[in-house]
Write a protein that binds this ligand. Structure first.
Ligand SMILES: *Cc1c(COP(=O)(O)O)cnc(C)c1O
Length: 342
């Protein structure tokens, strides 16, 4: 490990030696012609392992969600989503700006869910006054929390009763899958069940440098390919990047449990430091609330000691494959040192 432990996000990982070797060896072609064997192999692997008809490789999770929304909804349609969800809050309003799709944001509950009563109340009748309610979007994990499977099934059933389609923003799908006992891939497949489309990021905990995969029916992915082209996401010898994602799919799923164990270690170490209130992590993200009067100097203090984190009153630490126990212990020691200073 270098002299710095970077806990700002799981997006900061650098490709491993094995991943770089896979990238260097990847057969390439022009993916806009459908000719890149490495992109095709990744898409086929995701289709087979997650249980969908078709899949599409995209440059980012943001574009994958946008293209998914545009493939589900047309101009004047509406998607129901939580206030804290990435595809509403953190994607610059793309669905509205570029898709002419109206968001219907609902209050996110503390556990990441939406109240079924809120969803039901937000579904609009077929009436020319209203946008057409078309889609329900969920996110799993959300803020590092795993959605309760019983809630997901109930929300899916409610959406189906009202003729809505279902999209899952599974940027951290495999973290949700690794949080339960059993094989990560089998868990991931179960989490995807009942959704029409799922978007998965490979550039987070999985450790690839770039890329997301969107899954759905063949028709849906055909529409998505056209929107991807329009959004500028159709890449040429993209197999170089797809090979990294494919390597992660083959080698980095089970190791997510190491990240989760490191998050537990970090939370346990921060617990009991006066002035810090730690939330028990479900996966690889640790949130810690800091007394407001002590918050301002903390991030720079940690940085001076080689520990990078984000947040102000609520600190966020994210573990990933470039973090180890030594780094976690250094982060704990630095936070303790800060709060033991008068
Ligand atoms: C990171 C993230 C995205 C977007 O991914 P980018 O590749 O950064 O555009 C979408 N949804 C969720 C839940 C995310 O965490």
């Amino acid at each position: 490990m270098s002299g710095i432990v970077d806990l700002r996000s799981d997006t900061v990982t650098r490709p491993t030696a094995g991943m770089r070797a896979a990238m260097a060896a990847a057969p390439l072609g022009d993916d806009v012609f459908g000719d890149d064997p490495s992109v095709n192999a990744l898409q086929a692997a995701v289709v087979e392992r997650l249980g969908f008809e078709a899949a599409l490789f995209l440059p980012s999770g943001t574009q994958s969600n946008l293209v998914a929304l545009m493939s589900h909804c047309g101009r004047g349609d509406e998607y129901i989503v939580g206030q804290q969800q990435h595809c509403y809050r953190w994607e610059a309003g793309g669905a509205a700006v570029l898709g002419s799709i109206q968001p219907q944001p609902l209050t996110q509950q503390a556990d990441g869910s939406l109240l079924l009563a809120d969803i039901k109340a937000a579904i609009k009748p077929d009436d020319p006054h209203f946008a057409r309610s078309r889609l329900l979007c969920l996110e799993n994990t959300i803020g590092g929390q795993v959605l309760d499977p019983a809630y997901v099934r109930a929300a899916q059933a409610l959406a189906r009763r009202h003729g809505l389609s279902l999209h899952l923003d599974g940027a951290r799908l495999f973290n949700a899958a690794a949080a339960a006992p059993g094989e990560v891939l089998a868990n991931a497949r179960a989490i995807c069940a009942g959704f029409d489309s799922v978007s998965v990021c490979f550039s987070k905990g999985l450790g690839a440098p770039v890329g997301s995969v969107l899954c759905g029916s063949r028709d849906f992915i055909d529409r998505a390919r056209r929107w991807r082209k329009m959004c500028g996401g159709a890449m040429r010898q993209a197999g170089l990047l797809a090979a990294a994602a494919h390597y992660a799919l083959d080698h980095h799923l089970e190791r997510l449990r190491t990240d989760h164990a490191l998050a537990q270690r970090l939370a346990a170490g921060l617990q009991g430091i006066a002035g810090v209130q730690v939330q028990a992590p479900h996966t690889n993200i640790v949130f810690a609330d800091v007394a407001p009067e002590r918050s301002a100097g903390l991030i720079p203090f940690l940085k001076e000691r080689g520990v990078l984190a984000t947040g102000l009153y609520r600190l966020r630490f994210v573990t990933h494959l470039d973090v180890d126990e030594v780094g976690v212990d250094r982060a704990i020691a630095a936070v303790r040192a800060y709060f033991s200073e008068a």
